[in-house]
Write a protein that binds this ligand. Structure first.
Ligand code: FAD
Ligand code: UDP
Length: 373
């Protein structure tokens, strides 16, 4: 069969492009997906207790990009949800991102008041400061506080998650969860936040609901690509794999999830609780918090970081650090030579620690480019 476009990968990058190309350009698209389902890492499914479970870890949609929010809102209704995360520090559950409420819960009143006053005077109420920035403080009290937060919230978690020290990673990694000089206990402060009311997989089904789009599951594109006739290829998998590891393998980090179904209405106070200093897992997610349910059961997932081993597990995270970015740049140079024929987009192909909204934005931008060629 002939196709105008072949798209490798049925995650957000691949499915958004398929939708745009099929609906707006009226072209024929084939999506080839290695896994046995669409949705990429956002895939969710109802488990035996009727609870919608995120197979690859907790996914909360959040964005300040109104275009992205409006675009996706054509394919889903939203359950308006603000994500709350607690971190277990010295046996107490405190709000994360670490904020003035966390300070109140962990320190004697006179110290908490002093820390809060100093932070507000120095930075201003409502400001966010990355931990590695706060650690540069000279003031004795703020130095003490920053060391405390660094060792109790960031060091253990980051070491488990990446097998690296926070300062061995790009500054942007720990900056994702800055210290908040305020009392907003939400994990994200974005204008638009929510969970697709009927789940992510349903959203993806809606994206792909077009007779111009065919989907082939359980297939690595390399096993079939030479037998296909098509004009252009959009690739959303690992860029080093596309180029047969010409410059060596790009490092990724993987995870293992242990799902447990428990016969009790609730397991924990919030959807996500982080354990920076205890156990081998980093966090426990309780899916029941994401959408309303009436069930005697609840489902949780313990998340264990793992080394990435090609063909054995999934490359969930690119590892943002200088030498990895330099290696990626070499692949990107090769990609430039294929301009107009092969396009690379998404978290794996761009080797960027993208959130969902950033992937959707990147896919929409690529679509504009393709449409104008
Ligand atoms: P993917 O979803 O990885 O899709 C790529 C697809 O391509 C995959 O399905 C893969 O199987 C397929 N593929 C790859 N190679 C081949 C091949 N050779 N042949 C055929 N198919 C192939 N973002 C948020 O905004 N909020 C969150 O709360 C959030 N939580 C997250 C939690 C975890 C644990 C993880 C790992 C990520 C989280 N993200 C979150 C990020 C989000 O998952 C990604 O931004 C998004 O899924 C990336 O979409 P994508 O299409 O680029 O990649
Ligand atoms: N982080 C940490 N302690 C926490 C939460 C996050 O040290 O309790 C650091 C850690 O390095 C982590 C990074 O901040 O990898 C980004 O956290 P985020 O919650 O954004 O991770 P994701 O949900 O993408 O896995």
């Amino acid at each position: 069969m002939n196709f105008d476009f072949v798209i490798v990968g049925a995650g957000f990058a691949g499915c958004v492009l398929a939708e745009r190309i099929a609906n707006l350009l009226n072209k024929r698209v084939l999506i080839i997906e290695r896994r046995n389902h669409i949705g990429g890492n956002c895939f969710d499914f109802y488990d035996e207790n009727g609870i919608l479970v995120h197979k690859y870890g907790p996914h909360i949609f959040h964005t300040n990009n109104k275009n992205v929010w409006d675009y996706l809102s054509q394919f889903t209704n939203w359950h308006f949800y603000f994500h709350k995360v607690l971190a277990v520090v010295e046996g107490r559950k405190v709000p994360l991102p670490f904020n003035l409420n966390s300070i109140d819960l962990l320190f004697p009143e006179h110290l908490a008041i002093k820390f809060a006053e100093k932070l507000v005077n120095k930075y201003g109420y409502g400001l966010k400061i990355p931990i590695l920035k706060l650690k540069e403080e000279n003031d004795d009290d703020l130095k003490f506080l920053s060391e405390y937060v660094y060792s109790n919230v960031f060091l253990g978690y980051t070491t488990k998650q990446w097998e690296l020290n926070p300062n061995e990673l790009d500054y942007s990694v720990t900056s994702r969860v800055p210290i908040l000089i305020g009392r907003d206990d939400r994990y994200f402060q974005d204008t638009f936040q929510g969970i697709p009311r009927q789940g992510y997989t349903h959203l993806f089904q809606n994206l792909l609901n077009n007779k111009n789009i065919s989907v082939l599951l359980n297939t690595d594109y390399k096993s079939i690509i030479n037998d296909l006739k098509y004009e252009k290829l959009i690739f959303t998998g690992e860029i080093d794999y596309y180029f047969d590891f010409e410059f060596g393998q790009l490092p990724y980090r993987s995870l293992e999830f242990e799902f447990r179904s428990i016969k009790q209405p609730n397991f924990q106070e919030t959807a996500q609780i982080n354990y920076p200093n205890n156990y081998d897992f980093t966090r426990i997610t309780e899916f029941k918090h994401f959408l309303p349910y009436n069930s005697e059961f609840t489902t949780i997932a313990l998340e264990y970081p793992a080394k990435y081993e090609r063909t054995k597990n999934e490359p969930y995270y690119p590892i943002p650090k200088k030498e990895n970015d330099e290696l990626y740049q070499k692949y990107w140079q090769l990609a430039q030579k294929l301009k107009g024929k092969v396009y690379f987009v998404g978290r794996l192909a761009e080797y960027k620690y993208y959130n969902m909204d950033q992937v959707v934005a990147s896919a929409l931008m690529l679509f504009n480019q393709i449409a104008s060629e």
